[in-house]
Design a protein around this ligand. Structure first.
Ligand SMILES: Cc1ncc(COP(=O)(O)O)c(C=O)c1O
Length: 383
Protein backbone atom coordinates (compact mmCIF):
# COMPACT_ATOMS: atom_id res chain seq x y z
CA UNK A 1 0.00 0.00 0.00
CA UNK A 2 1.42 3.40 -0.91
CA UNK A 3 1.12 6.45 1.32
CA UNK A 4 -1.47 9.14 0.65
CA UNK A 5 0.82 11.73 -0.80
CA UNK A 6 0.10 14.95 1.10
CA UNK A 7 3.56 15.91 2.36
CA UNK A 8 6.40 17.30 0.23
CA UNK A 9 9.35 15.51 1.84
CA UNK A 10 13.03 16.33 2.27
CA UNK A 11 15.39 13.50 1.34
CA UNK A 12 16.41 12.80 4.94
CA UNK A 13 15.49 9.75 7.02
CA UNK A 14 16.08 10.35 10.72
CA UNK A 15 16.52 7.19 12.76
CA UNK A 16 17.67 8.55 16.13
CA UNK A 17 18.10 11.82 17.98
CA UNK A 18 19.71 13.17 21.13
CA UNK A 19 19.39 16.65 22.62
CA UNK A 20 19.51 19.19 19.78
CA UNK A 21 20.77 16.70 17.18
CA UNK A 22 19.05 14.26 14.85
CA UNK A 23 20.89 11.38 13.10
CA UNK A 24 19.90 9.94 9.73
CA UNK A 25 20.08 6.38 8.44
CA UNK A 26 23.64 6.98 7.19
CA UNK A 27 24.79 8.26 10.58
CA UNK A 28 24.95 11.92 9.49
CA UNK A 29 24.29 14.46 12.26
CA UNK A 30 21.78 17.32 11.82
CA UNK A 31 21.34 20.34 14.07
CA UNK A 32 17.64 20.61 14.82
CA UNK A 33 16.45 24.23 14.81
CA UNK A 34 12.96 23.14 13.82
CA UNK A 35 12.12 20.78 16.70
CA UNK A 36 9.85 18.73 14.44
CA UNK A 37 7.65 21.85 14.13
CA UNK A 38 8.01 23.34 17.63
CA UNK A 39 7.28 20.00 19.26
CA UNK A 40 10.62 19.08 20.81
CA UNK A 41 10.73 21.22 23.93
CA UNK A 42 13.15 19.53 26.35
CA UNK A 43 15.42 17.96 23.73
CA UNK A 44 15.30 14.66 21.88
CA UNK A 45 15.54 11.46 23.94
CA UNK A 46 15.74 13.38 27.22
CA UNK A 47 16.88 10.66 29.68
CA UNK A 48 14.24 11.37 32.37
CA UNK A 49 11.50 11.55 29.74
CA UNK A 50 12.59 8.24 28.22
CA UNK A 51 12.75 6.66 31.65
CA UNK A 52 9.32 7.93 32.72
CA UNK A 53 7.59 6.69 29.55
CA UNK A 54 9.44 3.36 29.59
CA UNK A 55 8.52 2.77 33.21
CA UNK A 56 4.87 3.73 32.65
CA UNK A 57 4.35 1.62 29.53
CA UNK A 58 5.65 -1.42 31.38
CA UNK A 59 3.14 -0.70 34.19
CA UNK A 60 -0.03 0.69 32.54
CA UNK A 61 0.10 2.35 29.13
CA UNK A 62 -3.57 3.10 28.68
CA UNK A 63 -6.94 2.91 30.26
CA UNK A 64 -10.01 4.87 29.27
CA UNK A 65 -11.49 8.01 30.81
CA UNK A 66 -14.12 5.85 32.53
CA UNK A 67 -11.84 5.29 35.55
CA UNK A 68 -9.78 7.37 37.96
CA UNK A 69 -6.44 8.55 36.58
CA UNK A 70 -4.52 10.51 39.24
CA UNK A 71 -1.79 11.31 36.68
CA UNK A 72 -4.22 13.76 35.04
CA UNK A 73 -4.66 15.59 38.33
CA UNK A 74 -0.90 15.63 38.87
CA UNK A 75 -0.43 17.10 35.38
CA UNK A 76 -3.11 19.75 35.97
CA UNK A 77 -1.47 20.79 39.26
CA UNK A 78 1.94 21.03 37.62
CA UNK A 79 0.62 23.12 34.70
CA UNK A 80 -1.02 25.46 37.21
CA UNK A 81 2.19 25.75 39.24
CA UNK A 82 4.44 26.50 36.28
CA UNK A 83 2.05 28.69 34.29
CA UNK A 84 0.66 30.63 37.24
CA UNK A 85 -2.81 30.23 35.65
CA UNK A 86 -4.72 29.76 38.88
CA UNK A 87 -8.16 28.18 39.01
CA UNK A 88 -8.39 27.08 35.38
CA UNK A 89 -9.58 23.53 34.77
CA UNK A 90 -7.90 21.08 32.40
CA UNK A 91 -9.37 18.92 29.62
CA UNK A 92 -6.90 16.66 27.83
CA UNK A 93 -6.94 15.55 24.19
CA UNK A 94 -4.36 14.51 21.59
CA UNK A 95 -3.39 17.36 19.26
CA UNK A 96 -3.52 21.08 18.62
CA UNK A 97 -6.43 20.94 16.18
CA UNK A 98 -8.40 18.85 18.65
CA UNK A 99 -7.61 21.33 21.43
CA UNK A 100 -9.02 24.17 19.30
CA UNK A 101 -12.07 22.10 18.29
CA UNK A 102 -12.87 21.55 21.94
CA UNK A 103 -12.21 25.22 22.75
CA UNK A 104 -14.57 26.41 19.99
CA UNK A 105 -17.20 23.83 20.93
CA UNK A 106 -17.10 24.89 24.58
CA UNK A 107 -17.37 28.56 23.59
CA UNK A 108 -20.46 27.73 21.56
CA UNK A 109 -22.00 25.66 24.38
CA UNK A 110 -21.31 28.42 26.89
CA UNK A 111 -22.69 31.33 24.84
CA UNK A 112 -25.29 29.47 22.75
CA UNK A 113 -23.88 31.31 19.72
CA UNK A 114 -21.96 29.97 16.74
CA UNK A 115 -19.97 32.58 14.79
CA UNK A 116 -16.19 32.76 15.28
CA UNK A 117 -13.84 35.68 14.77
CA UNK A 118 -10.33 34.73 13.70
CA UNK A 119 -7.47 36.65 12.09
CA UNK A 120 -5.67 37.05 8.81
CA UNK A 121 -2.77 34.64 8.35
CA UNK A 122 -3.81 32.70 11.47
CA UNK A 123 -3.51 28.91 11.72
CA UNK A 124 -5.55 26.80 14.14
CA UNK A 125 -5.46 23.27 12.71
CA UNK A 126 -6.87 21.14 9.91
CA UNK A 127 -10.14 19.79 11.31
CA UNK A 128 -13.73 21.03 11.28
CA UNK A 129 -14.07 24.40 13.04
CA UNK A 130 -10.31 24.79 13.61
CA UNK A 131 -9.57 24.77 9.89
CA UNK A 132 -12.56 27.00 9.17
CA UNK A 133 -10.94 29.54 11.54
CA UNK A 134 -7.65 29.19 9.64
CA UNK A 135 -6.92 31.81 6.99
CA UNK A 136 -6.00 29.45 4.15
CA UNK A 137 -8.71 28.72 1.57
CA UNK A 138 -6.63 25.89 0.07
CA UNK A 139 -7.12 23.66 3.13
CA UNK A 140 -10.80 24.43 3.80
CA UNK A 141 -13.11 21.81 2.24
CA UNK A 142 -16.77 22.63 1.55
CA UNK A 143 -17.76 20.68 4.68
CA UNK A 144 -15.56 23.00 6.78
CA UNK A 145 -16.69 26.12 4.96
CA UNK A 146 -20.20 25.73 6.44
CA UNK A 147 -18.86 27.05 9.75
CA UNK A 148 -19.59 30.70 10.42
CA UNK A 149 -16.20 32.36 10.62
CA UNK A 150 -15.23 35.96 9.99
CA UNK A 151 -11.54 36.64 9.38
CA UNK A 152 -10.37 40.13 10.36
CA UNK A 153 -7.07 42.00 10.17
CA UNK A 154 -4.82 41.92 13.25
CA UNK A 155 -4.75 45.34 14.98
CA UNK A 156 -8.13 46.37 13.48
CA UNK A 157 -10.01 46.64 16.76
CA UNK A 158 -12.80 48.78 15.29
CA UNK A 159 -13.85 45.90 12.99
CA UNK A 160 -13.76 43.45 15.90
CA UNK A 161 -16.03 45.74 17.88
CA UNK A 162 -18.54 46.04 15.01
CA UNK A 163 -18.66 42.24 14.62
CA UNK A 164 -18.94 41.47 18.35
CA UNK A 165 -21.73 43.98 18.83
CA UNK A 166 -23.85 42.05 16.32
CA UNK A 167 -24.31 39.59 19.22
CA UNK A 168 -23.81 36.26 17.42
CA UNK A 169 -20.09 35.63 18.05
CA UNK A 170 -19.26 32.73 20.39
CA UNK A 171 -15.47 33.04 20.24
CA UNK A 172 -12.51 35.14 19.23
CA UNK A 173 -9.50 32.89 18.62
CA UNK A 174 -6.01 34.31 18.24
CA UNK A 175 -2.33 33.36 18.21
CA UNK A 176 -0.28 35.86 20.22
CA UNK A 177 2.66 35.05 17.96
CA UNK A 178 1.61 33.63 14.61
CA UNK A 179 3.43 30.39 13.87
CA UNK A 180 2.59 28.98 10.45
CA UNK A 181 1.73 32.51 9.22
CA UNK A 182 5.26 33.82 9.79
CA UNK A 183 5.78 35.21 13.31
CA UNK A 184 3.62 38.33 13.10
CA UNK A 185 2.26 39.75 16.36
CA UNK A 186 -0.50 42.27 16.95
CA UNK A 187 0.19 45.17 19.30
CA UNK A 188 -0.49 45.04 23.05
CA UNK A 189 -3.41 47.50 22.94
CA UNK A 190 -5.16 45.32 20.34
CA UNK A 191 -4.81 42.12 22.38
CA UNK A 192 -5.93 43.84 25.58
CA UNK A 193 -8.92 45.45 23.85
CA UNK A 194 -9.92 42.08 22.40
CA UNK A 195 -10.18 40.77 25.94
CA UNK A 196 -12.29 43.75 27.06
CA UNK A 197 -14.62 43.49 24.05
CA UNK A 198 -15.07 39.73 24.49
CA UNK A 199 -16.05 40.20 28.13
CA UNK A 200 -18.50 42.98 27.22
CA UNK A 201 -20.20 40.95 24.50
CA UNK A 202 -20.47 37.47 26.07
CA UNK A 203 -17.84 36.09 23.67
CA UNK A 204 -15.19 33.58 24.75
CA UNK A 205 -11.59 34.73 24.27
CA UNK A 206 -9.51 31.74 23.11
CA UNK A 207 -5.73 31.97 23.31
CA UNK A 208 -4.26 29.50 20.83
CA UNK A 209 -1.01 28.64 22.62
CA UNK A 210 -0.56 25.37 20.73
CA UNK A 211 2.77 26.55 19.36
CA UNK A 212 3.69 29.54 21.52
CA UNK A 213 2.90 27.90 24.87
CA UNK A 214 4.95 25.79 27.26
CA UNK A 215 7.80 28.26 27.65
CA UNK A 216 8.62 28.73 23.97
CA UNK A 217 8.03 32.50 24.10
CA UNK A 218 10.15 32.96 27.25
CA UNK A 219 7.03 33.09 29.43
CA UNK A 220 4.94 29.99 30.04
CA UNK A 221 2.26 31.43 27.73
CA UNK A 222 2.78 34.16 25.13
CA UNK A 223 -0.43 35.90 26.26
CA UNK A 224 1.31 36.55 29.60
CA UNK A 225 3.20 39.41 27.95
CA UNK A 226 -0.14 41.29 28.14
CA UNK A 227 -2.76 42.22 30.72
CA UNK A 228 -5.63 39.93 29.85
CA UNK A 229 -7.46 36.78 30.94
CA UNK A 230 -8.37 34.28 28.22
CA UNK A 231 -11.49 32.19 28.82
CA UNK A 232 -9.87 29.17 27.15
CA UNK A 233 -6.20 28.42 26.44
CA UNK A 234 -5.37 25.69 23.93
CA UNK A 235 -2.10 23.76 24.24
CA UNK A 236 -0.30 20.90 22.45
CA UNK A 237 3.05 20.74 20.58
CA UNK A 238 5.78 21.23 23.25
CA UNK A 239 3.56 19.65 25.88
CA UNK A 240 4.66 16.06 25.20
CA UNK A 241 8.09 16.56 23.57
CA UNK A 242 6.83 14.38 20.72
CA UNK A 243 4.29 12.26 22.58
CA UNK A 244 0.88 13.24 21.12
CA UNK A 245 -0.95 15.24 23.77
CA UNK A 246 -3.03 18.41 23.73
CA UNK A 247 -5.46 20.13 25.99
CA UNK A 248 -7.43 23.19 26.96
CA UNK A 249 -7.32 25.23 30.14
CA UNK A 250 -10.83 26.39 30.91
CA UNK A 251 -11.78 29.38 33.03
CA UNK A 252 -14.08 28.46 35.94
CA UNK A 253 -16.81 30.70 34.53
CA UNK A 254 -17.44 27.83 32.08
CA UNK A 255 -19.17 25.03 33.93
CA UNK A 256 -18.49 21.39 33.09
CA UNK A 257 -21.32 18.95 32.40
CA UNK A 258 -20.99 15.20 31.94
CA UNK A 259 -20.60 14.32 28.28
CA UNK A 260 -19.97 17.90 27.14
CA UNK A 261 -16.49 16.91 25.89
CA UNK A 262 -14.86 13.52 25.66
CA UNK A 263 -12.17 11.41 24.00
CA UNK A 264 -10.89 7.84 24.02
CA UNK A 265 -7.15 8.48 23.99
CA UNK A 266 -6.91 11.97 25.53
CA UNK A 267 -5.16 12.12 28.90
CA UNK A 268 -4.00 8.50 28.83
CA UNK A 269 -1.38 7.32 31.28
CA UNK A 270 1.54 7.48 28.86
CA UNK A 271 0.60 10.96 27.63
CA UNK A 272 0.38 12.19 31.23
CA UNK A 273 3.82 10.94 32.23
CA UNK A 274 5.27 12.40 29.02
CA UNK A 275 3.62 15.72 29.93
CA UNK A 276 4.80 15.58 33.52
CA UNK A 277 8.40 14.83 32.61
CA UNK A 278 8.39 17.79 30.19
CA UNK A 279 7.20 20.13 32.95
CA UNK A 280 9.73 18.71 35.41
CA UNK A 281 12.55 19.36 32.93
CA UNK A 282 11.31 22.89 32.19
CA UNK A 283 11.37 23.60 35.94
CA UNK A 284 14.53 21.74 37.01
CA UNK A 285 16.63 22.87 34.05
CA UNK A 286 15.34 26.48 34.15
CA UNK A 287 14.42 26.25 30.49
CA UNK A 288 12.30 29.41 30.38
CA UNK A 289 15.31 31.41 31.59
CA UNK A 290 17.41 29.67 28.94
CA UNK A 291 14.86 30.62 26.27
CA UNK A 292 15.15 34.31 27.17
CA UNK A 293 18.94 34.22 27.27
CA UNK A 294 19.38 32.24 24.05
CA UNK A 295 16.78 34.33 22.27
CA UNK A 296 18.67 37.56 23.04
CA UNK A 297 21.94 35.95 21.90
CA UNK A 298 20.33 34.69 18.68
CA UNK A 299 18.66 38.00 17.81
CA UNK A 300 21.85 39.98 18.47
CA UNK A 301 23.79 37.90 15.96
CA UNK A 302 20.90 37.81 13.47
CA UNK A 303 20.81 41.60 13.42
CA UNK A 304 24.43 41.74 12.22
CA UNK A 305 23.69 39.71 9.08
CA UNK A 306 23.14 42.02 6.10
CA UNK A 307 20.64 39.79 4.30
CA UNK A 308 18.37 39.53 7.38
CA UNK A 309 15.85 42.33 6.90
CA UNK A 310 13.86 41.70 10.07
CA UNK A 311 13.97 39.42 13.11
CA UNK A 312 10.47 38.44 14.24
CA UNK A 313 8.86 36.58 17.14
CA UNK A 314 9.72 36.07 20.79
CA UNK A 315 11.80 33.62 22.81
CA UNK A 316 12.69 30.59 20.72
CA UNK A 317 9.77 31.11 18.36
CA UNK A 318 11.68 33.25 15.90
CA UNK A 319 11.66 34.18 12.26
CA UNK A 320 14.35 35.69 10.07
CA UNK A 321 12.81 37.70 7.24
CA UNK A 322 14.76 38.09 4.00
CA UNK A 323 13.91 39.96 0.82
CA UNK A 324 13.82 36.68 -1.13
CA UNK A 325 11.95 33.40 -0.74
CA UNK A 326 13.83 31.02 1.58
CA UNK A 327 13.00 27.61 0.05
CA UNK A 328 16.46 27.31 -1.57
CA UNK A 329 18.20 28.59 1.54
CA UNK A 330 16.43 25.93 3.64
CA UNK A 331 17.54 23.26 1.16
CA UNK A 332 21.12 24.47 1.33
CA UNK A 333 21.00 24.49 5.14
CA UNK A 334 19.66 20.96 5.34
CA UNK A 335 21.63 19.26 2.53
CA UNK A 336 24.94 21.15 2.66
CA UNK A 337 25.12 22.19 6.32
CA UNK A 338 22.92 19.57 7.97
CA UNK A 339 20.66 22.04 9.77
CA UNK A 340 16.88 21.76 10.03
CA UNK A 341 14.92 25.04 9.92
CA UNK A 342 11.26 25.83 9.24
CA UNK A 343 9.31 27.71 6.58
CA UNK A 344 6.11 29.77 6.86
CA UNK A 345 3.16 30.95 4.74
CA UNK A 346 5.22 34.11 4.38
CA UNK A 347 7.75 32.53 2.05
CA UNK A 348 10.46 35.05 2.93
CA UNK A 349 10.58 33.93 6.58
CA UNK A 350 12.95 31.26 7.88
CA UNK A 351 11.50 29.84 11.09
CA UNK A 352 13.63 28.93 14.09
CA UNK A 353 11.94 26.59 16.61
CA UNK A 354 14.69 24.72 18.42
CA UNK A 355 14.41 22.63 21.58
CA UNK A 356 14.34 24.97 24.58
CA UNK A 357 17.67 23.68 25.94
CA UNK A 358 19.72 24.94 22.99
CA UNK A 359 23.03 26.63 23.90
CA UNK A 360 25.29 29.32 22.43
CA UNK A 361 27.46 26.71 20.67
CA UNK A 362 24.45 25.48 18.69
CA UNK A 363 23.50 29.04 17.78
CA UNK A 364 27.07 29.80 16.64
CA UNK A 365 27.01 26.63 14.53
CA UNK A 366 23.80 27.83 12.86
CA UNK A 367 25.07 31.32 12.09
CA UNK A 368 28.37 30.06 10.64
CA UNK A 369 26.35 27.84 8.32
CA UNK A 370 23.84 30.58 7.50
CA UNK A 371 26.59 33.04 6.57
CA UNK A 372 28.30 30.41 4.41
CA UNK A 373 25.00 29.50 2.71
CA UNK A 374 24.15 33.15 2.06
CA UNK A 375 27.66 33.85 0.75
CA UNK A 376 27.18 30.97 -1.66
CA UNK A 377 23.87 32.43 -2.89
CA UNK A 378 24.68 36.15 -2.99
CA UNK A 379 27.77 38.33 -3.44
CA UNK A 380 29.31 39.55 -0.18
CA UNK A 381 27.12 42.11 1.57
CA UNK A 382 27.93 44.47 4.42
CA UNK A 383 25.23 45.58 6.85
C1 LIG B 1 -1.07 27.85 16.54
C2 LIG B 1 -1.45 26.46 16.11
N1 LIG B 1 -2.66 25.98 16.42
C3 LIG B 1 -3.03 24.74 16.09
C4 LIG B 1 -2.19 23.89 15.39
C5 LIG B 1 -2.65 22.51 15.02
O1 LIG B 1 -1.96 21.57 15.78
P1 LIG B 1 -1.91 20.03 15.32
O2 LIG B 1 -1.08 19.96 14.09
O3 LIG B 1 -1.32 19.31 16.51
O4 LIG B 1 -3.32 19.61 15.08
C6 LIG B 1 -0.91 24.35 15.04
C7 LIG B 1 0.01 23.49 14.27
O5 LIG B 1 0.96 23.92 13.65
C8 LIG B 1 -0.54 25.67 15.40
O6 LIG B 1 0.67 26.16 15.08
Amino acid sequence: MSLFNVYPLYEVTPVSAKGIYVYDKNGAEYLDLYGGHAVISIGHSHPKYVEAITHQVAKLGFYSNAVQNPLQEELAAKIEALSGCKDYELFLCNSGAEANENALKLASFKTNKSRVIAFKNGFHGRTSAAVAATDNAAIIAPINAQQEVTILELNDIASVQIELEKGDVCAVIVEFIQGVGGLDQANAAFFEQLDVLCKKNNTMFIADEVQSGYGRSGKFFAFQYYKLTPDIISIAKGMGNGFPIGGILIHPSIEAKYGMLGTTFGGNHLACVAGLSVLNAIEEEHLMENVTEMSAYFVKIANTIPQVKKTKGKGLMLGLEFDFEVADLRKKLIYEHHIFTGGASNKKVLRILPPLNINKGHINQFFEALVAALDGMFPKMVK
